[in-house]
Ligand binder design. Sequence first.
Ligand code: DGL
Length: 261
Amino acid sequence: MDDRPIGVFDSGVGGLTVVKEIIRQLPQEDIVYFGDTAHLPYGPKSFQTIKRLVRDNIHFLLKKKIKAVILACHTASAFTLEEMREENPIPIIGVIRPGAGEALRVTKNKRIGVIGTYGTIKSGAYAKELKRLEPEAFVIEKPCPLFVPLVEEGWIEKEATRLIVREYLEPLKEEEIDTLILGCTHYPLLKKEITQVMGEVSLIDSARATVGRLKRILEEKNLLAREGVPRHSFFVSDAPERFARLGKIFLGKEIEKVERV
Ligand code: DGL
C-alpha cells in the first residue's frame, strides 16, 4: 500500500476530465493537479518549448512526493512521454497509447480518425501507435486548433461552435471512419456537437482507458492507497480564479481551492 498522491499534469484545465475519472475508478487516491495556465496553449508551441515546460512541471509535481504521474495533455504526451520516462524514477502514464488501444478495441472497419492540436497531429504520435498495434489500420488525422479556445470560452452549445465543428469535421465524413479519437483534453466537452456532424461514429475519450492503465500499474506495483478520505489539491501557474470557474465545467463540481505557484 502507498498513500502518496497521484500527480496529474495538463497545460491547463482540460486534464480535469482525467481527475474526474480517477475519482470514479480510484476514489481512495489523493491527487495533486498542476495546470500550466501561464503557458496554455501548448498545441501550437515547438517541441523544444513543450519539453522544457513539461520537465519543469514534472519537477514541481515530484516535490509533492507523488507516486505516479499522468500526462493528461495530449500534446505533452505526444512529444515528451519517452524522455520524461527516462528522466524520472516513478511511473509516467501518457494518454496516447490507452486512447489508441481503446479505438482499436471499438473499431469494426479499422478506419480511424484522430483530431487534436497542431502539435499532437504534427507529431503523428496517434497514427504511429495505431499502426504499431494494428498495421492494417487506416488512420486519418486532422488538427482542430479552434476547439480549445471555444471550450475555454465556455462556448459549448453555440451556433458559432457548431459551424466551426462542421467546417473541420465534414471532410472526415468522406473517409468512412467508424471511430474518432478525441486527441485533446478539451474535445470531450464538444462530444454532442461532434456527434451531430459525424453521426454513427464512436468517439474515443482516452481518460477512461488512461486511468484504467494507471489502476493496473498501481495494482501490479502494490502502490494503491488505503481506504480513507482522499485529498485533492490543485495548483496552476496563473489565474487561479479562472481555473476554478472553468474547472467546474470539466470536473462537474465546484473546486474549492486553487493555488498559484
Ligand atoms: N492540453 C492540450 C492537449 O490535450 C490542449 C490545450 C493546449 O493546447 O494546451 O493537447
